[in-house]
Design a protein around this ligand. Structure first.
Ligand SMILES: O=C(O)CCC(=O)C(=O)O
Ligand SMILES: [Fe+2]
Length: 530
C-alpha cells in the first residue's frame, strides 16, 4: 500500500516543463514606433557607433582591395533583358530610396543566359580541380547548414574569370538595373563572393537570411536537370526562382531569401555581395555588429560576420547599443527590430523585447523567429493565451522548427487540450525526432493514457538521444521507479546527481527529492519481500 502511495508521488512528478512569470500590461500605438521609441541610446553613444562603422568600412575596403576587380566599367557592357518582381512593403537598411526603382524593391532574373554553357562548365571544372588539389571542398556555414564551397578569390582560374566578368558583365548589369544605387559602377566593391556546391547529402540548403551588402547576385552554374530541389526562395513573397544554367539574379542584398534544400544531385552557384567604397552602410553594419556581439546565435545568419573591433563594452551591452543604433538608423528594417528583441531577451527585458518582436513580425510577417520570440516574451509576461497562436504560427512558417511546435504543444496542454498537445508534439518530433522536451511530454501522454510500455520506451529514447539532459534522465528515472524497477531508477537519478554541470538547479532538486522517494520505495520492497 505504501508502495502505491510512493508511486503516486512519482506520478505527480510526471510534469511538463513550464515557466510562470508575473503579468505586465502592454501599451498600444503603432508597433514600429513603439519599438523605436523604446530605444534609449544617447546621442554620444550613437556617434561612437557611427564612427565604429566608418572605421570598419574603411578597414573592409582595404581588406577587399585586390580580392576582386574594381574600377571603371566596360562602357558598352551588355545588359540582358530580365524578368522582375517586386518585394512589397520591404525596407532596406541603407540606400533604401536609391535601391528602389519607381518605389519598388525589385528582384531581376535574366531572361537569356549571361554566361554560356562552355563558360559555366569551365568554371565548375576549375572549382572541382581546386577542391581536388586542396584535398576536398571547404565548408561555408550558412545558418544550420554547412555548404561545400570556397571563396572565389581563392579559386585559381575562377578568380581571374570572375574579375573579368565583374568589369564586363556583372557590374554593368547592376549599373543598368539599379542606376540610382550603383552610380557609374566605379565605386562598387565585392564584399565577398563564394562558389557553392550543394549536394543532397552535404549542405543541401542555406537558412533563410539576408546578405552582407547593398546589392547581391546569384549565378546558376549548372543545369537544373542535374538536381532536384534547389533554387532561391524569397520568403516574404513566397516565390521560388529556378534558373537555367548561366542565368543570374540581381537584387538588393537585404531581402530575406534561402538556397532551397537539394533532394538529389549537385547544384553549383556563385553568390556575390556588393558594397560601395563611398557609402558606409550604417544600418547593416550596426545590425551585424549586434548579431556578432550576440555570438551569431540569432536568426539572421550572415555569411560574413562583422569584423569585431574590440570596444571593452560587455557583449550584451554592445549588442543592445548596436541594435538600438540600427533601429534608430532604419526603424522599418525587420532584422534590426528582431535582433534587438533577441538582445533584450538576453538581459531578461521581456517587455522591451516583446515590442521589438512585434515590430519585426509586422514588418516581416513570414519570419518565424519574430513570432517565436514574441511568444516567448508574452509567456514571460504572463500572457500565455496570446502566446499560443504565435508558436503555432512560427511552427507553420517553419516545419523544421521543433521548438516552436513544442511550445505550441505545451500551450495546448496548459489549457487541458491534450488532443492538440499530441498533434503539436508529433509535429515537433517530425521536425526533430530527438527533441528531448517533446519526447518527455510525449511519454507523459502515453502514461496518462495508461500505455506504460510506450511511456517507458519514449523516455528511454529521450535519454538515449540526449544523454546530457537532466530533464530526460529525471523523467526516465521517475518512470522506472513507478514501474518498480527501482535499481535502474536509482542509477539514473544518481547519474543526474553526479553529472556536475548538466542539469539546472530545478532538475537537480527534483532528482534529489525523487531519489529519496525511490530509495524508500526500495526499502519497502525489501521489507515486504523479506
Ligand atoms: O542558393 C541560392 O540560390 C541562394 C544562395 C544565396 O543565399 C545567395 O546567393 O545569396
Ligand atoms: Fe544569400
Amino acid at each position: 500500500m505504501r508502495i502505491t502511495l510512493l508511486a503516486a508521488t512519482l506520478a505527480a512528478a510526471r510534469t511538463r516543463p513550464t515557466a510562470l512569470r508575473a503579468a505586465l500590461r502592454r501599451r498600444g500605438g503603432d508597433v514600429v514606433e513603439t519599438a523605436s521609441a523604446s530605444c534609449k541610446l544617447s546621442p554620444g553613444r550613437a556617434e561612437e557607433l557611427a564612427s565604429l562603422n566608418e572605421r570598419e568600412h574603411a578597414a573592409e575596403c582595404i581588406k577587399v582591395e585586390g580580392e576582386a576587380w574594381s574600377g571603371d566599367l566596360e562602357p558598352e557592357g551588355e545588359i540582358p533583358a530580365t524578368d522582375k518582381f517586386a518585394i512589397p512593403d520591404w525596407y532596406l537598411p541603407d540606400l533604401d530610396a536609391e535601391l528602389r526603382n519607381n518605389g519598388d524593391v525589385e528582384i531581376h532574373v535574366t531572361r537569356t543566359p549571361l554566361f554560356s554553357q562552355e563558360e559555366c562548365q569551365h568554371v565548375i571544372a576549375m572549382a572541382d580541380e581546386h577542391a581536388n588539389n586542396a584535398g576536398g571542398w571547404g565548408k561555408i556555414p550558412a545558418g544550420r547548414y554547412d555548404v561545400h564551397g570556397g571563396w572565389v578569390k581563392d579559386i585559381v582560374g575562377v578568380k581571374e574569370w570572375f574579375d573579368d566578368m565583374l568589369r564586363t558583365r556583372l557590374y554593368p548589369c547592376l549599373r543598368g538595373l539599379f542606376p540610382n544605387a550603383a552610380g557609374d559602377g566605379s565605386s562598387l566593391r565585392v564584399q565577398s563572393a563564394y562558389l557553392f556546391k550543394y549536394t543532397a547529402e552535404t549542405g543541401a540548403a542555406t537558412d533563410v537570411h539576408v546578405d552582407s551588402g547593398l546589392l547581391s547576385f546569384t549565378i546558376a552554374l549548372n543545369e537544373p536537370e542535374a538536381y532536384d530541389g534547389g533554387g532561391t526562395w524569397f520568403e516574404s513573397v513566397d516565390k521560388l526562382v529556378e534558373m537555367p544554367q548561366g542565368h543570374v539574379t540581381f537584387r538588393p542584398g537585404h531581402v530575406r531569401h534561402q538556397g532551397r534544400p537539394l533532394t538529389r544531385g549537385t547544384r553549383y552557384m556563385i553568390g556575390g555581395f556588393i558594397m560601395r567604397e563611398d557609402v558606409v552602410e550604417h544600418g547593416r553594419r550596426s545590425i551585424e555588429r549586434g548579431v556578432a556581439a550576440l555570438g551569431g546565435a540569432v536568426a539572421e545568419a550572415n555569411f560574413a560576420a562583422a569584423s569585431g573591433e574590440s570596444t571593452g563594452v560587455p557583449p550584451e551591452q554592445l549588442a543592445i547599443d548596436a541594435l538600438e543604433h540600427a533601429v534608430q538608423v532604419c526603424p522599418r528594417v525587420a532584422s534590426a527590430q528582431l535582433n534587438l528583441g533577441t538582445a533584450r531577451q538576453r538581459i531578461d527585458d521581456a517587455a522591451g523585447a516583446e515590442v521589438c518582436f512585434q515590430a519585426a513580425s509586422t514588418l516581416s510577417p513570414r519570419d518565424p523567429a519574430a513570432f517565436f520570440g514574441r511568444g516567448q516574451c508574452l509567456r514571460e509576461l504572463g500572457r500565455r493565451q496570446e502566446a499560443e497562436p504565435l508558436f503555432q504560427e512560427a511552427s507553420s512558417l517553419d516545419e523544421l522548427d521543433a521548438d516552436a511546435a513544442y511550445m505550441a504543444a505545451l500551450s495546448a496542454s496548459e489549457r487541458g487540450d491534450f488532443g492538440s498537445e499530441l498533434r503539436w508534439l508529433e509535429r515537433a518530433l517530425k521536425a526533430d525526432p530527438k527533441h528531448a522536451k517533446s519526447l518527455v511530454n510525449r511519454a507523459v501522454l502515453y502514461g496518462e493514457a495508461g500505455d506504460l510500455d510506450n511511456e517507458l520506451a519514449c523516455n528511454r529514447k529521450a535519454v538515449e538521444a540526449n544523454p546530457q539532459s537532466a530533464l530526460a534522465a529525471n523523467a526516465l528515472a521517475s518512470c522506472l521507479g513507478m514501474r518498480g524497477m527501482v535499481d535502474e531508477s536509482l542509477a539514473v537519478f544518481a547519474r543526474v546527481l553526479d553529472g556536475a554541470g548538466w542539469g539546472d538547479a530545478e532538475e537537480l532538486a527534483r532528482a534529489q527529492k525523487l531519489h529519496g522517494v525511490v530509495t524508500r520505495m526500495k526499502a519497502k520492497q525489501g521489507a515486504s519481500s523479506g
